[in-house]
Design a protein around this ligand. Structure first.
Ligand SMILES: O=C(O)c1ccccc1NCC(=O)[C@H](O)[C@H](O)COP(=O)(O)O
Length: 260
């Protein structure tokens, strides 16, 4: 069983429990639910911004503990002050040590777009994302059959959020593209070996139709890589570990953006 299969199997049980605890009606009456999401597409592609989507990530299956000390409100505020275009907040508890309340805390003090970074397999999680003020959700092609991914993307759009679809291969990309997506992310991390290779983004770049904003995800630690990826049409760059592994993720993000 690969890591994604393990995560999805756990997620199915977790979502079933969450549904019992809080209904969709309850989620829909939470204070942030009626907030109008901001456009991640516009913030990321704005010429005045860096294109960096800075991630709050405490731990990961590939690296174990990355940062057990950082405070989500401090770090996310510093990321945006440093020039990040958007935030990504990992809300998975079991594998990434995150929680849905981390996104709530980030939302309370940031106007910038926030991605709910999780393994979304059910409409319920999209309502949950909206209820804590997320502006966009992630849908991972490797976790969902194409028709199901399209259904979930349509639900997010119905609720006013944007959708980032993540792919790892040519097949995932061509099988899962649909009209409800806004951004397409290529994950440079091989989920079987955990190796990262920017070549994955480069290889898939020309297969992503121009209608979608191209995002390169994972394993980015050198500002020169951003310059290289821009030549292949990438406008957004999702970076977590490179900032979070330091004692001051906000300062690391600032120093990185200053070199672009
Ligand atoms: O990061 C992992 O180990 C991982 C393992 C299995 C599934 C997903 C995983 N990461 C999620 C991500 O997509 C990254 O957090 C994100 O792209 C940022 O990557 P990085 O800059 O390398 O922290």
């Amino acid at each position: 069983m690969n890591i994604l299969d393990k995560i999805v199997a756990h997620k199915e049980g977790e979502v079933a429990l969450r549904k019992v605890k809080r209904s969709i009606d309850e989620l829909s009456s939470r204070p942030w639910f009626d907030r109008e999401p901001v456009s991640a597409k516009s913030w990321i592609t704005s010429p005045n911004r860096s294109g960096i989507i800075a991630e709050f990530k405490r731990q990961s299956p590939s690296k174990g503990l990355i940062n057990g000390e950082a405070k989500v409100s401090d770090v996310t505020e510093e990321y945006i002050a440093a020039g990040a275009s958007a935030l990504s907040v990992l809300t998975d508890e079991q594998f990434f040590g995150g929680k849905i309340d981390d996104l709530l805390a980030a939302r309370a003090i940031n106007a910038a777009p926030i991605l709910r970074k999780d393994f979304i397999i059910d409409e319920y999680q999209i309502y949950e994302a909206k209820s804590v003020g997320a502006d966009l959700i992630l849908l991972i092609a490797a976790c969902l059959p194409p028709a199901r991914l399209k259904q979930l993307a349509a639900k997010a759009k119905e609720l006013g959020m944007q959708v980032l679809m993540e792919v790892h291969s040519e097949e995932e990309l061509t099988d899962h593209l649909n009209e409800h997506l806004d951004l397409v992310g290529v994950n440079n991390r091989n989920l079987k070996t955990f190796e990262v290779s920017i070549e994955t983004s480069i290889r898939l770049s020309e297969l992503i139709p121009r209608d979608f904003v191209k995002i390169s995800e994972s394993g980015i630690s050198d500002p020169a890589t951003i310059k290289q990826l821009k030549q292949y049409g990438y406008e957004g760059f999702l970076i977590g570990e490179n900032f979070m592994k330091t004692t001051d993720p906000g300062a690391a993000c600032k120093a990185f953006i200053a070199q672009l």
